[in-house]
Design a protein. Structure first.
Length: 171
């Protein structure tokens, strides 16, 4: 588990001057926010980065990108994570760009994730496979590198059928 204080920015900047900050907490080896004693994974990096200049239309990233790295236990090929954020941010998912450039809400039911309010925080549950489309290094090397965004997408867009071009998003 790792926590960090990160500034809130309406334009997804990681270090805006004079911005209020909030805490984010990332749990690895998470089952509905609780530690899985059999996981053995550990977070080696948790940091905030600027949101990319090219985001899908309507995507708001009040925390920019939340980038993390997790070392998996020997023999594991995927890991579950829970990211806790302030519900006042108004986010409706944890969005990550896959290896083709498509933005996907990993905390949505179609991708095995979910969102829940817990202890006054919004919990975004997701799973990432080592070397899979959401592992930024693209290698099955025992380390998951994952830049993504606790973001808000307009509900009129969430859940529509995919007709997106390369570099757009899909849930």
């Amino acid at each position: 588990m790792a926590s960090a204080s990160v500034p809130v920015s309406p334009i997804g900047e990681s270090k805006p001057a004079g911005a209020a900050s909030t805490y984010v907490t990332l749990v690895t080896g998470s089952q509905d926010g609780k530690l899985d004693p059999d996981s053995g994974a550990r977070i080696t990096r948790l940091e905030q980065k600027n949101a990319p200049a090219q985001l899908p239309p309507g995507m708001e990233t009040p925390l920019g990108l939340i980038s993390f790295e997790a070392k998996l236990a020997t023999g594991r090929s995927s890991e579950t994570f829970s990211l806790y954020v302030d519900p006042a941010l108004g986010v409706n998912g944890y969005w990550a760009k896959d290896s083709t450039g498509t933005w996907t809400n990993l905390s949505s039911a179609p991708h095995g994730g979910k969102m829940a309010l817990e202890g006054g925080r919004l919990r975004l549950d997701l799973e990432i496979t080592d070397g899979g489309p959401f592992d930024a290094d693209g290698q099955a090397n025992g380390v998951i590198t994952a830049p993504g965004a606790a973001a808000q997408m307009p509900l009129s867009v969430v859940g529509q059928a995919s007709s997106v071009a390369h570099g757009e998003f899909w849930l």
